[in-house]
Design a protein around this ligand. Structure first.
Ligand code: XMP
Length: 533
């Protein structure tokens, strides 16, 4: 396995994903782990990530010295290369020009890392790499033992190698898809330089995970809060595969779910997979507590609190349960381990299934090691339907944050139907992909649902005048929202075809009595957020 030390770059997680894509397990830890941790980890190789820091600042982060004493290969990326240079006796300087974006690096292919890897060859016979650069500082002098592995006109030492010790440094980012040969370089590093075998694949993972869950829980019973979302669903399918009837799922319908969600969840889990699912119909309870409440944060708090309440009552009936299973995934784990990254709370996100520790249950988190795309592959491998596993994310408070102001059942019913029409049309409208060279072509979207990251309807409790047939109408407004994003921290509004928007608008107004106007949200995040509340 490969140890990745994170110096805080935005794209560190991508390094781990690329390594895993080449069939090798890897994990991310903060750069300030101890020397002892590094020595005991058992890494076949270490990768040092990029960072927004400068090695020239006195207190900037350094890799644990043990990294360079382990006797295993080390790859430094961007800041990782600079700190490698600084720690091993080279020199880094403050670049006058910052370099961002596309660059062409002349590759010195006599090194093990780049041998035979190039995008094109110049007239003079130099192998060239098309890469993504993002840096301010650069290495001025290589440490003793290193030789030049790549350069650009503005960055004379863009890559360096000490092949005896197997230390490699690249100023560009091989983990992003814009670096065309990035995958090949990472594959080369983990397989040929570190000597790792490809043993990270789904079928093996399932049998290992099943064994692990069995060993962990023994004959105890396990409960799991099933939300219908991808993570809890895949966790349920995996745990059920391992321990069958020792697992009981609790599915709380708070009345703020999408159209037919309850039926879908029950069909899929109870009927098809034979999982024990307790369905709690708590719509009235939630609506009762939400009556008269208009403040978004207040609404979130009430929904979160009631959810825990209902879940506790139901799971309290399962007296033999000793474990609480959760669909925590790897990015959640990395995020909560990361330091100093906490931003201001814009919205108090709550995850369905978050429970107070008074329940005295042990935590079972079988997806803790997996990235989202791996969770999806696992779901498919476990027999969950593709469409379900590749669904857009849905917030814990559900339609509660998509009905502006006070939540009422009537509003939720109208919104559910409008939303279902929007989603159906997105799925039915083919998407003509723009093929950008250098981008991952693994998952080219085929329809507009796949081409957007999240799409939904929002209920606006304002009435406007319309005309239908010969009559005047005075009814509610629905807003459509569709965004494209990598990380949900920033997002663009999706440029949906006008014909698609037109069709959705017609259908909603004709089929959902009570709505006579549909608008499309063209705000980016920031300054808007994805949800309206
Ligand atoms: P915003 O609206 O903050 O949304 O731009 C970013 C992502 O987070 C989801 N979201 C939530 N998820 N509980 C959740 O579980 C919440 O309270 C919540 N609020 C927003 C939102 O759907 C989007 O994917």
């Amino acid at each position: 396995k490969i140890l990745i030390l994170d110096f805080g770059s935005q794209v560190t997680q991508l390094i781990a994903r690329r390594v895993r894509d080449s069939g090798v397990f890897s994990e991310v830890f903060p750069y300030d782990v101890s020397d002892e941790f590094v020595r005991n980890y058992g890494a076949a190789g270490v990768i040092l990530s990029g960072s927004h820091n400068s090695t020239l600042d006195g207190d900037s982060p350094r890799a644990p010295q043990a990294v360079f004493e382990l006797g295993v290969p080390v790859l430094g990326i961007c800041y990782g290369m600079q700190t490698m240079a600084a720690q091993l006796g080279g020199k880094v300087e403050n670049g006058l020009v910052r370099e961002f974006g596309y660059a062409e690096v002349r590759a010195r292919s006599h090194t093990k890392l780049l041998n035979g890897i190039a995008d094109f060859v110049t007239d003079e016979g130099h192998g060239m790499l098309k890469v993504w650069m993002s840096h301010g500082d650069k290495v001025l002098e290589m440490p003793p033992g290193f030789k030049l592995m790549g350069n650009t006109p503005s960055c004379p030492i863009a890559a360096m190698a000490d092949e005896e010790r197997q230390f490699y440094g690249v100023q560009f980012h091989p983990e992003v898809t814009h670096t065309v040969q990035g995958k090949a370089m990472i594959g080369r590093f983990v397989h040929e330089i570190c000597g790792c075998k490809s043993d990270w694949n789904m079928p093996d993972y399932i049998s290992e995970a099943v064994e692990k869950i069995r060993a962990q829980v023994g004959t105890d019973d396990v409960i799991l809060g099933l939300s219908g979302g991808v993570d809890s669903s895949v966790a349920a399918a995996l745990i059920h595969r391992a321990i069958g009837d020792q697992l009981t799922c609790v599915f709380v319908d708070h009345g703020l779910l999408r159209l037919d969600e309850g039926k879908m969840v029950m069909d899929m889990f109870a009927k098809n997979l034979g999982v024990k699912v307790i369905r709690v119909d708590a719509e009235e309870q939630f609506m009762g507590h939400l009556a008269g409440v208009t403040d978004p944060e207040q609404k979130r708090k009430i929904i979160g609190r009631e959810f825990v309440e209902v879940f506790q009552v139901e799971s309290g009936k399962l007296v033999n349960a000793k474990w609480l299973a959760q669909g925590t995934i790897y990015p959640d784990v990395i995020e909560s381990a990361g330091k100093g990254k906490k931003g201001q709370t814009i919205k108090s996100h709550h995850n369905v299934g978050g429970l107070p520790d008074t329940m005295k249950l042990k935590l079972l988190e079988p997806l803790r090691e997996l990235f989202k795309d791996e969770v999806r592959k696992l779901g498919v491998a476990l027999g969950l339907p593709h469409d379900m596993v590749y669904r857009h994310p849905f917030p814990g408070p559900g339609l509660g944050v998509r009905i502006l102001g006070e939540v009422k059942k009537d509003y939720a019913d109208l919104l559910r139907r409008a939303d279902a029409i929007f989603i159906e049309e997105l799925r039915n409208t083919p998407y003509e992909p723009v093929v950008v060279p250098g981008f991952d072509q693994d998952s080219v979207p085929t329809n507009w649902y796949e081409a957007t990251s999240q799409a939904f309807a929002v209920f606006l409790p304002v009435k406007s005048v319309g005309v239908m047939g010969d009559g005047r109408t005075y009814e509610y407004v629905v807003a459509l929202r569709a965004v494209q994003t990598q990380d949900f921290m920033t997002a663009h509004w999706a440029h949906l075809p006008h014909s698609l928007l037109g069709k959705v608008s017609n259908r909603i107004i004709n089929e959902v009595r009570g709505i006579n106007r549909v608008v499309y949200d063209i705000s980016g995040k920031p300054p808007a957020t994805i949800e309206w509340e």
